[in-house]
Design a protein around this ligand. Structure first.
Ligand code: C2O
Ligand code: CU
Ligand code: CU
Length: 487
């Protein structure tokens, strides 16, 4: 694998020159690439894989290369954690527990683990240059502070996150707590994590992005769920909890049921909402999660329905297509004594009046074409990532408003903060509203071209250097990431 050498940060003059050049902007838009279309599976016949559960507070995990069978006779060489040839086990842990992980790297390239959404000390967070060399090991050790919910882990080495995540490295990290137990939500085989990822199987999972891929992100024509192609899940006539994770490099999904049926949203990135919300679609960008309850009551055995992605507007590069993702086959009658609770778990609302500062970041800068073949850089507020720079300094425990301004932009950017969770205050321009699935605590929020998204965050008491970045992984690796230090 060849990694491009990053140009040192763009100078202010260069930024101004780019902004002033409306001709370049126009050229860029007319040349805008569109995402590779999805080729829907012709037969959803492969039993959905469900990742093994890694329980206990003392765990061991090794990254390695293996051959993954995706179903329908498709095999690819992939990367996995533990004994999984692709993806990794689901870590299940209780809030408050101390997690100890003996991590080893059996790859031929450096890697690390970032605990996406978890509030962990800087040295545990998988900072891009904190890597474990091939053959090396590292001890992760942190207390799980987060609220009950759906988090995940994936590699985060500088300029290789996209490549390693694409080739298979990712897993769920599920936190539970007594408050959640008391709700009587579906558990065990009725609580199913679903990581949705598009892959380019003609390349056998090799990661070789071309110029367009580096510009709009790496899109594949095959949509896998938990590493299964053309997946089917047999379900009983009862309520299920599905934990949806968009683990794709760049593709956005507008999740819906093929019947158009409504379902209950009970959690977002940062865990349970204060109350369930009934909705019929959820738009999730790379990195975002949604915890939903789907009710199969009243369906006769043999009924087939799908989790699908509906068309959506807002970005020129994708959304024009609807496609099926996962088939549900109702295969048995079962009594369901589940009662939807009226309330779930309190969410403390942060108020603008608490904020001690507002910072605004321009995420609408045009990408840069670098001098080297195929190199595309994506600036964040006019800069590209430099591990040796300190871009922002904040104070532990204080509340701030951050604005991600894509008003002048032409690309789509899901913006993600490490270190802690935030709340979405408002969206100005574009869709103009905070969506139902953007309520509660979030760590990633989508800004379409023309949108400015304002978030409010209270920085945790974990001092040190963290990153924030675009979670389109090609944009991230293309430099769209900055540092912020909590003091
Ligand atoms: Cu899921 Cu910094 O990323
Ligand atoms: Cu993260
Ligand atoms: Cu982006």
């Amino acid at each position: 694998m060849k990694l491009p050498i990053r140009l040192s940060g763009m100078s202010l003059l260069a930024v101004l020159a780019v902004l002033a050049c409306t001709k370049c902007r126009k050229m860029d838009m007319s040349n805008a690439a569109t995402a590779r279309e999805v080729v829907e599976s012709s037969s959803f016949v492969n039993p959905l894989a469900v990742p093994a559960i890694l329980a206990g507070v003392n765990a061991t995990l090794t990254t390695q290369t293996g051959t993954a069978a995706l179903g329908s006779g498709i095999t690819v060489s992939a990367l996995g954690y533990g004994s999984a040839p692709i993806l990794g086990p689901t870590i299940r842990i209780r809030q408050g527990e101390q997690f100890n992980l003996a991590f080893s790297n059996n790859l031929t390239e450096p890697t690390n683990i970032h605990w996406h959404g978890l509030e962990v000390p800087a040295a545990q967070d998988g900072y891009p240059t904190d890597v474990t060399t091939p053959g090396g090991s590292f001890q992760y050790n942190f207390q799980v502070k987060n609220r009950p919910g759906t988090y995940w882990y994936h590699p985060h080495p500088d300029m290789a996150t996209a490549s390693q995540a694409y080739r298979g490295l990712a897993g769920f990290f599920l936190v539970s707590a007594p408050e959640e137990d008391a709700l009587g939500l579906p558990t065990g085989e009725y609580d199913v994590p679903l990581v949705v990822q598009d892959k380019r199987l003609d390349g056998g999972l090799a990661y070789n992005p071309n110029t367009d891929d580096r510009s709009i992100g790496m899109f594949g024509e095959s949509v896998l769920v938990n590493g299964t192609a053309g997946p089917v899940l047999g379900v009983a006539t009862r309520t299920y909890r599905f934990r949806l994770l968009n683990g794709s490099n760049a593709r956005i999904y507008n999740f819906a049921l093929s019947t158009g049926a409504k379902f209950q949203l009970i959690g977002t990135d940062g865990g349970l909402l204060d109350a369930p919300q009934e909705i019929s679609t959820i738009l999730l960008a790379s990195g975002e999660r949604a915890d939903v309850l789907v009710d199969f009551n009243g369906l006769v055995a043999g009924t087939e329905l799908y989790l699908q992605s509906n068309v959506f507007a807002g970005t020129p590069s994708q959304g024009k297509q609807s496609f099926k993702i996962l088939k549900f086959t109702v295969n048995r009658q079962e009594p369901d004594n589940f009662k939807l609770p009226a309330s779930l778990m309190p969410v403390e609302a942060l108020a603008s009046s608490q904020a001690v500062a507002t910072r605004s970041f321009n995420i609408g800068h045009m990408m840069e074409h670098g001098g080297m073949a195929g190199m595309i850089m994506h600036p964040l507020d006019g800069k590209t990532f430099d591990a040796n720079r300190r871009d922002e300094v904040v104070k532990a425990g204080t509340v701030e408003i951050w604005e991600f301004d894509n008003t002048m932009g032409t690309e789509t950017h899901p913006m993600h903060l490490h270190a802690g969770q935030f709340q979405v205050l408002e969206r100005i321009g574009g869709r103009g509203i905070v969506q139902p699935w953007e309520k509660g605590w979030k760590d990633t929020v989508l800004a379409f071209p023309g949108e400015k998204v304002r978030i409010i965050v209270r920085f945790p008491d974990n001092k040190g250097k963290f990153v924030f970045h675009c979670h389109n992984l090609e944009h991230e690796d293309g430099g769209m990431m900055l540092n912020y230090e909590i003091q």
